[in-house]
Design a binder for this molecule. Structure first.
Ligand code: UDX
Length: 556
């Protein structure tokens, strides 16, 4: 296949930024340029404070953008490639970069359409299409255009037609290569993906293009994990992967509603069924439902596709996953209101957590915002919010969009201190699955991901230096290179600025686990704690003299 010298990634967001950085890391000889029309966004990527926070991302960006020593400067057996590597990741607003690229990745946002035909379910392709027009205008003949963004099925075909209209007679190839990044572990997902999916037109030149892209990934992904399909399958598989994951959450949440009316406990049920190897334990945690920018949107898009194909039953089936998801918050808010005998007037409520899940500051499709909106209808005196990762302005923006007057009247307050937020509160609601909010020590998870960034093919660098030290939970690792066996204990190596790995840990500045004794001490009657994520030990909490209500368990 063709040698690749230059890659352009269009869209400097959650997907484009990390994807470009990892590509640049594994291909020091390829120039990777990230293009975005928002100069502020580009400036942030060029600064020390990246607009996306992902564990390990900063280290990778420092290496490829600044040419920084990833590994430090002493005691390396073969320091050449690490220390003297040039810079090969750049951020720019200049569309001229498209013309240089052998491969153009499309990673612009594709939210749900909020207006016109298909509002609320179809995909808004405005950003994608306008970026695509730039690409069509500038791309060099023979360039490979890759869809990274989640797009409606059939988009690759549409893009092929669009290119032949704009640039008749000029050869281009269009591939679908959807991302499967989950927020908070994007770098792990990129460096050790479960699979890489590449969809092509299936023509000889399409397959050649797919081969070129597969070669790029093979620098660090085993070829057995790289799948080639037609572009429709690839586009659809992306939607279906998210729909199936979300469906599991809605299924278990529907059971949590039954549990709340019976003596069953949803976590016990989930554990029992998860041991069936055919079902498996993941994505069975009942809670307030799924948030985040993908699941709801992708299900809407899948249902819209089914409907547009005349498959109303199929559309209805999948829509129900979203319906069930919304009900979960309704039921939770209703529980809170009922526990106060339907009168929240004069009460102070504290909300712990606002992001859509733990370890991220992303407030899009926050679950908390629905709960807060519903509680505000009961006119409480105050709702105080604490989240260890979210920026106050992001929280306020989300609440402004549903209840602006509550922000203006200062009924809603953001606190940077969990104890202040909970002080004098009549109830505390835990709405994010952050470990910081648990009242028991989180179980040490077994090492599932290896944070070793460089592939086995790498030269004989000391392994400790190959490790991005953000994974504190890795157990002892051993491996051999050129007959020398290396052993590494990540736990030893991983203190901030540790001398062993000579790189700064970029763990987010997280607060310690909250002290529930302190919270309970300062609460007011009736002292309710509502556990929306089913992660607190209720019996332990009750010893502190509070009343506890948990999703998926009958109210005591
Ligand atoms: C998801 C997919 O995991 C990823 O593969 C895809 O590329 C993008 O969408 P993300 O939205 O970042 O990633 O988060 P994820 O960890 O999947 O969680 C989604 C939501 O479901 C969160 O609100 C989470 O708290 C919730 N969830 C997850 C549950 O309520 N129960 C579970 O068992 C798992």
């Amino acid at each position: 296949s063709e040698p690749v010298k230059s890659v352009c990634v269009v869209g400097a967001g959650y997907v484009g930024g990390p994807t470009a950085a990892v590509l640049a890391l594994y291909h020091p000889s390829i120039t990777v340029e990230v293009l975005d029309r928002d100069p502020r966004r580009i400036q942030q990527w060029q600064s020390p404070h990246l607009p996306v926070h992902e564990s390990g991302l900063e280290t990778v960006v420092r290496t490829v953008r600044d040419g920084a020593d990833m590994a430090g400067d002493e005691g390396l057996t073969d320091p050449l490639s690490v220390q003297k590597r040039g810079r090969n990741l750049f951020f720019t607003c200049d569309t001229a970069t498209i013309a240089r690229a052998d491969i153009v990745f499309m990673a612009v946002n594709t939210p749900t359409k909020t207006f016109g035909v298909g509002a609320g379910c179809a995909t808004n392709m405005t950003a994608f299409d306008s970026a695509m027009r730039e690409v069509a205008a500038h791309a060099k003949p023979g360039a490979i255009i890759v869809e990274k963004s989640t797009v409606p099925g059939g988009t690759a075909e549409r893009v092929r037609k669009m290119l032949s209209t704009y640039r008749p007679g000029v050869p281009f190839e269009v591939l679908s290569n959807p991302e499967f990044l989950a927020e908070g572990c994007a770098i792990d997902n990129l460096t050790a993906p479960d699979r890489v999916l590449i969809g092509s037109a299936g023509t000889p030149s399409g397959r050649r293009a797919a081969r070129t892209l597969a070669n790029l990934y093979e620098a660090w992904v085993p070829s057995s994990k790289i799948l080639q399909t037609n572009s429709w399958s690839s586009e659809l598989a992306k939607l279906v992967a998210n729909a199936m994951l979300a469906q599991r959450i809605s299924s278990i949440n529907s059971i949590s509603a039954i549990c709340e009316k019976t003596g069953a406990e949803v976590d016990q049920v989930a554990h029992a069924i998860g041991l069936d190897a055919r079902i498996g334990p993941q994505f069975l945690k009942a809670g307030l439902g799924f948030g985040g920018s993908c699941f709801r949107k992708d299900i809407a898009s899948l249902a819209y596709l089914a409907e547009s194909l005349g498959l109303d039953d199929v559309a209805h089936y999948w829509r129900q996953v979203n319906v069930m998801n919304e009900r979960q918050r309704d039921r939770f808010s209703r529980k809170v209101i009922d526990c106060f005998e339907r009168n929240l007037v004069g009460r102070k409520l504290a909300i712990l957590g606002f992001a859509f899940k733990k370890n991220t500051g992303d407030t899009r499709e926050s679950l908390a915002v629905d709960v807060i909106r519903q509680l505000l209808e009961e006119r409480p005196a105050e709702i105080a919010i604490f989240d260890p990762y979210c920026r106050p302005e992001d929280i306020l923006r989300e609440i402004m969009s549903v209840a602006p007057e509550a922000v203006h009247n200062e009924v809603v307050k953001i606190s940077s201190d969990p104890y202040l937020a909970c002080s004098q509160a009549h109830a505390v609601l835990v709405v994010t699955d952050c470990d910081q909010f648990r009242n028991t020590r989180p179980k040490k998870k077994r090492a599932t991901t290896q944070s070793v960034l460089f592939p086995q093919k790498s030269p004989a660098w000391a392994p400790a230096h190959d490790l991005l030290c953000h994974e504190t939970t890795l157990e002892r690792e051993t491996w051999t290179h050129d007959g020398v066996s290396y052993q590494l204990n990540a736990q030893d190596a991983c203190s901030p600025n540790c001398s062993d790995c000579r790189t700064t840990c970029d763990r987010p500045s997280v607060t310690e686990q909250v002290e529930w004794t302190r919270i309970a001490y300062n609460m007011l009657e009736p002292r309710w704690v509502f556990d929306g994520r089913g992660q607190l030990d209720a019996a332990e909490l009750e010893k502190l003299g509070v009343r506890v209500d948990t999703v998926g368990r009958r109210t005591a």
